[in-house]
Write a protein that binds this ligand. Structure first.
Ligand SMILES: [Zn+2]
Length: 373
């Protein structure tokens, strides 16, 4: 079964590469709603030409989402991905599309235009070969900036399916069976200004308290369990000779489990200032819950692993720090397997590329997962 799919996608490879080139050439930075919507429309139009029904959904203030479906969603699989990239418009001029030595390169090719090309190929082949299994493809406009505008839609669409296959990049070919949850906290400190030379004792240093807070992060973190707290941005003070009245700190938090997310949130919110006259407020929280392995997702991985063996490769299982929309849908209790995109490297980096020979292999794996009863 899966090897039959491999033959199908090997003969479709020229079309898949042409799609991938067009996808990369249509630059789609998250903050440019118009360009992202143009890409959504391009995918929508190609799928319709190939006999798949597709619709566009506005996600203000971001660009459009694209949803294509074959058959009855209730029993079907959802292929999930994103249209946006981290690259600003114009990157293509410095980092052009290239196809050489078995690699395709260009901005966004790995994260995750190759995954989009695979999803399009799977839907087109399923329509053509009339496999009875229902399948949908949802591409959102804002995953790289936290999916605020598309999250409700993703959850609604995902919960109408039996399983979610996320076409985000693989990690050296491995699927992503666990992802850390991530949070961003903003901490604002308020003290009292005073002349640093004449009467510093009348001041209350917001910066002094900020520095204590940064040390406190080390006591709250649990690196052995994967819980990290990183102070990433800081701002304080108004002049070189004034005790700082205000300070701000941004903290990036990553955890493997919900329990750790709750512990870290309570710890940060419960912090008591020690510098007399300084108060603080902690805002923010865990924006994406951790993707924790469940029985349903482990069964899905086991199936994918067996199908991979039929296709001649060992599908690894990776645990990664970065979050994706797979985190939301898994936390909602839907069987989810992430990182099914083709092999490659350099996500968010200048050497971003995918291995062309892996495109038909991944398409065959995804199609086999969709069509497995
Ligand atoms: Zn991505």
């Amino acid at each position: 079964m899966s090897t039959r799919w491999l033959a199908t996608f090997e003969s479709d490879l020229p079309r898949i590469i042409a799609d991938l080139e067009a996808l990369v050439r249509l630059e789609s930075p998250s903050d440019d709603a118009q360009r992202v919507s143009q890409l959504a429309a391009w995918v929508h139009d190609r799928l319709r030409e190939r006999g798949v029904s597709a619709e566009l959904f506005p996600c203000p203030p971001r660009g459009d989402a694209m949803l294509a479906s074959i058959g009855d969603r209730e029993r079907g699989s959802l292929l999930l991905g994103h249209l946006d990239t981290v690259w600003p418009a114009g990157t293509l001029a410095e980092q052009p599309w290239r196809l050489a030595a078995g690699r395709a390169s260009g901005p966004g090719v790995f994260d995750m235009k190759a995954g989009i090309a695979v999803g399009m190929a799977v839907l087109a082949a399923i329509v053509r070969e009339t496999c009875a299994s229902p399948v949908s493809l949802l591409l959102v406009p804002d995953e790289e900036v936290g999916s605020q505008a598309s999250r409700a839609m993703t959850l609604r669409v995902a919960s109408a399916h039996r399983q979610v296959l996320v076409l985000e990049p693989s990690l050296d070919g491995a699927a992503k069976v666990a992802r850390k949850g991530c949070g961003v906290f903003q901490v604002r400190f308020r003290g009292r200004a005073a002349h640093a030379g004449l009467e510093p004792e009348r001041g209350a240093s917001a910066l002094g308290e900020l520095s204590r807070f940064v040390s406190f992060l080390d006591t709250l973190a649990a690196p052995a369990q994967g819980t990290t707290l990183t102070a990433t941005l800081a701002r304080a003070g108004s002049a070189a000779n004034v005790v700082p009245e205000a300070a701000e700190l941004c903290v990036d938090a990553r955890v493997w489990s919900r329990a750790e997310a709750d512990r870290v949130t309570a710890g940060l919110r419960g912090y008591q200032a020690a510098v007399a006259g300084v108060s603080l407020a902690v805002e923010g929280g865990f924006d994406r819950p951790p993707l924790e392995p469940t029985a349903a997702s482990e069964a899905l991985y086991a199936l994918a692993h067996r199908l991979g063996q039929e296709l001649g490769f060992e599908l690894g299982a990776a645990r990664v720090g970065g979050a994706s929309d797979g985190n939301f849908v898994a936390a909602a209790g839907i069987a989810t397997l992430d990182g099914l995109g083709p092999r490659g490297g350099g996500a968010h980096a200048r050497d971003e590329h995918v291995l062309v020979a892996d495109l038909p292999v991944r398409a065959a794996l995804v199609a086999a997962l969709v069509c497995e009863p």
